[in-house]
Design a protein around this ligand. Structure first.
Ligand SMILES: [Zn+2]
Length: 369
């Protein structure tokens, strides 16, 4: 399996185009064509993780937080990042980072977080909008299947767990080719009418160019009539945070114990909300304070996230239980599901691949009692 194959597996799940625009996701260091047989998965790329990767003879580190975030002006041993880059390059270890794209995808960080509490009916707390387009193309009847299949294969027609979704309606198309044309149907300079199907498929905005080019290759016409419309729909596949229900309501104090136990958190900071008992729980892995009001509007009894500021607790107090369980704690939940996905993909393609989750915590914060 090559690094390019690993990129493909991760990006089919968490495409780069959904990442925050200022983020830096994807392959950060290394050669895409290199064959890999051992991967180390970690939240951060630190000295400890690089040493572990060398000891395990891993050819690739897959991290959540990017190794390279701010542009480097020089790669030297005088700063921490430069030191790590040089050490990785010397050991021929590549680095791939899936950051906000992994936060925003279905079954990504926040879904994995929600699953830790055993929540049911898990969905996005704030679905992303404006990520889809509608592609409409006019196709002669006998070529519809071929064009629809090509568009599906390129990523069109996915709505939630459903794929190959399309809408088709028959009608009459007209055209008159100039003297220089070579029409697939009819003759040049003559008004032609032809039975066509209006084929509509939804498409991720980031994949429109690929889908249109696949559609053009499969379409029989010399000049193809097609439209691309931007959509403002809520995305079913991408969003921020997650919300779901505990199987039974429980006192806030018991819920805080559950949070600590499920996230390997030594302690949590919190403010109480309006209710003594909680059942509807909103979560966001990492710094999710911006979603507080969304959680309130969604009638969540509690919102669990990280990096919460003093004044944010004030806005929540008496309204919604707000729990800060730690940045590392609320994000490390994705490491096993990420490793599992890579292992399953390797097994599926009968490739030898060992994927390990780091045995170290890269959490730089500690508690003192
Ligand atoms: Zn983070």
């Amino acid at each position: 399996m090559t690094i390019a194959d690993i990129e493909h597996i991760i990006e089919a799940w968490a495409p780069k185009w959904i990442a925050w625009e200022k983020d830096n996701v994807g392959l950060q260091l290394g050669d895409r064509s290199r064959h890999v047989s051992k991967i180390l998965v970690a939240l951060d790329v630190t000295e400890k993780i690089v040493t572990e990767a060398i000891a395990q003879r891993a050819e690739l580190i897959v991290s959540h937080h990017p190794l390279l975030f701010r542009p480097l002006k020089a790669v030297t041993t005088t700063d921490e990042t430069g030191k790590l880059v040089l050490k990785l390059a010397k050991s021929n270890i590549a680095v791939y980072s899936a950051h906000t794209n992994l936060d925003f995808t279905k079954h990504g960080v926040s879904f994995a977080f929600a699953e830790k509490f055993g929540l049911t009916n898990i969905r996005f707390l704030s679905p992303l909008k404006g990520l889809s387009s509608k592609i409409v193309v006019f196709v002669p009847q006998e070529h519809v299947e071929r064009v629809a299949d090509a568009m599906s294969d390129a990523g069109a027609g996915v709505i939630g767990e459903y794929s190959s979704c399309s809408y088709r309606i028959s009608g009459t198309g007209t055209f008159r080719g100039s003297a220089s044309t070579n029409p697939f149907i009819g003759t040049a300079n003559k008004l032609e009418t032809v039975e066509e199907v209006r084929l509509e498929m939804i498409a991720p905005r980031g994949a429109v160019n690929t889908i249109v080019s696949a559609m053009k290759t499969a379409h029989p016409y010399e000049e193809i009539a097609y439209d691309v419309y931007p959509l403002e729909n809520d995305s079913t596949n991408y969003g921020m945070g997650a919300i779901g229900d505990l199987p039974n309501s429980m006192p806030l104090k018991s819920f805080l114990q559950l949070v600590k136990k499920s996230l390997k958190a030594e302690a949590v900071r919190y403010t109480a909300g309006a209710k003594q008992r909680v059942q509807k729980i909103a979560v966001c892995g990492g710094s999710g304070s911006d979603l507080l009001q969304t959680a309130v509007r969604a009638n969540a009894d509690a919102f669990v996230t990280a990096d919460v500021k003093y004044h944010t607790y004030h806005s929540a107090e008496g309204t919604i239980a707000l729990v800060d369980a730690g940045h590392w704690e609320t994000e490390q939940v994705i490491l096993e599901p990420l490793a599992k996905r890579l292992r399953e993909a390797a097994r599926h393609s009968k490739e030898q691949l060992t994927v390990r989750v780091t045995k170290f915590s890269t959490n730089p914060t500690h508690y003192s009692y």
